[in-house]
Design a binder for this molecule. Structure first.
Ligand code: F6P
Length: 324
């Protein structure tokens, strides 16, 4: 391998820049040429390439977003789109690829690597933390800290007005942002797609809760079956007319901001490991960290979420005990 390309794809996540920096610096360390691909797989299909050197990644470790930009590409979901991307890589003399993203990114990478026998390694870059093969994804720690900082402020005003707040957090298919941040803010209830508590379960939980505490915080993952914060609010208004209910949807503030130290270090470590993995002949795998060790996991396993052990009865019981 002489020349590798790096791209970011799917929803951005804090720490993606630290990952790009690590890939570029590791590439230089191992005497490789490095190409940056703009706008993810879209840029691959359209040969939107830039040459990267040591300086092009200076001063980015602390920045949110991604300097390479990102996109969700419909073309790359087609065989023809992936064939075009392969042609562009070959024409540019690129012989391996590092992709930084989440499950959609790895689904595409898996097909591409198999169809074209092209070396690809993935880095887990998503705020959702919904990949198997790593304890944490790059961006998750920053996102949950963004959530707790926001909800602490909401708690202040909720306390002052004796209000019930429903706070909707991101996580289309995963409740991991809701679960951890909910525990971190001392939420009275947490609604996540993996547990399906439903309105009936939520009502029971609220009825079990302290009657002398008027302010309450309920964290709802956007992917919960009830359908987001406003739906939960409507359902609760009927059941608890005595509560003064407000809804706050945190939205994309969860995707931005300076990455935490945990995310910067994780991204840095995994970025270097990705390049070393390619040089050792690895392909079709995501590099992650489990129990502080770097591990490689095949893409088709990583995207199945099957090691998302945090959603276990023990965690849900913890929420129940703490929310009394
Ligand atoms: O996958 C990351 C994520 O932030 C999800 O939590 C969220 O559902 C989705 O992306 C939002 O995507 P978009 O920015 O395209 O609206």
């Amino acid at each position: 391998i002489k020349k590798i390309a790096v791209l970011t794809s799917g929803g951005d996540a804090p720490g993606m820049n630290a990952a790009i920096r690590a890939v570029v610096r590791a590439g230089i360390y191992y005497d490789l040429e490095i190409t940056g691909v703009l706008r993810g797989y879209e840029g691959l299909i359209h040969a939107d390439f830039i040459e990267m050197d040591r300086k092009s990644v200076a001063n980015i470790i602390q920045r949110g977003g991604t300097i390479l930009k990102t996109a969700r590409s419909d073309d790359f979901r087609t065989i023809g789109g992936r064939a075009k991307a392969h042609e562009q890589l070959v024409a540019a003399g690129i012989d391996a690829l590092v992709v930084i993203g989440g499950d959609g990114t790895f689904t595409g990478a898996n097909l591409f690597a198999t169809e074209h026998n092209f070396p690809v390694i993935g880095l887990p870059g998503t705020i959702d933390n919904d990949l198997a093969g790593t304890d944490f994804t790059i961006g998750y720690d920053t996102a949950i800290n963004t959530v707790i900082n926001a909800v602490d402020k909401i708690r202040d005003t909720a306390e002052s007005h004796d209000r019930l707040f429903i706070v909707e957090v991101m996580g289309r298919d995963s409740g991991l942002i809701a679960l951890r941040s909910g525990i971190g803010v001392g939420a009275e209830a947490i609604l996540i797609p993996e547990a399906n508590m439903g309105i009936a379960g939520l009502v029971t939980r609220l009825e079990m809760g302290r009657k002398d505490k008027a302010s309450k915080i309920i964290i709802v993952a956007e992917g919960d079956e009830i359908g987001g914060g406003f739906n939960v609010s409507e359902a609760l208004k009927e059941r608890f007319p005595q509560y003064d209910i407000r809804v706050s949807v945190l939205g994309h503030i969860q995707r931005g901001g300076k990455p935490s130290c945990m995310d910067r270090v994780l991204a840095s470590r995994l970025g270097v490991a990705a390049v070393e993995g390619l040089l050792e002949g690895r392909s079709g795998e995501m590099v992650g960290q489990i129990n502080r060790k770097v591990v490689f996991t095949p893409f088709d396993h990583a995207i199945k979420h099957i090691d998302a052990e945090e959603i276990t009865p023990a965690w849900l019981k913890l929420v129940e005990i703490l929310s009394l």
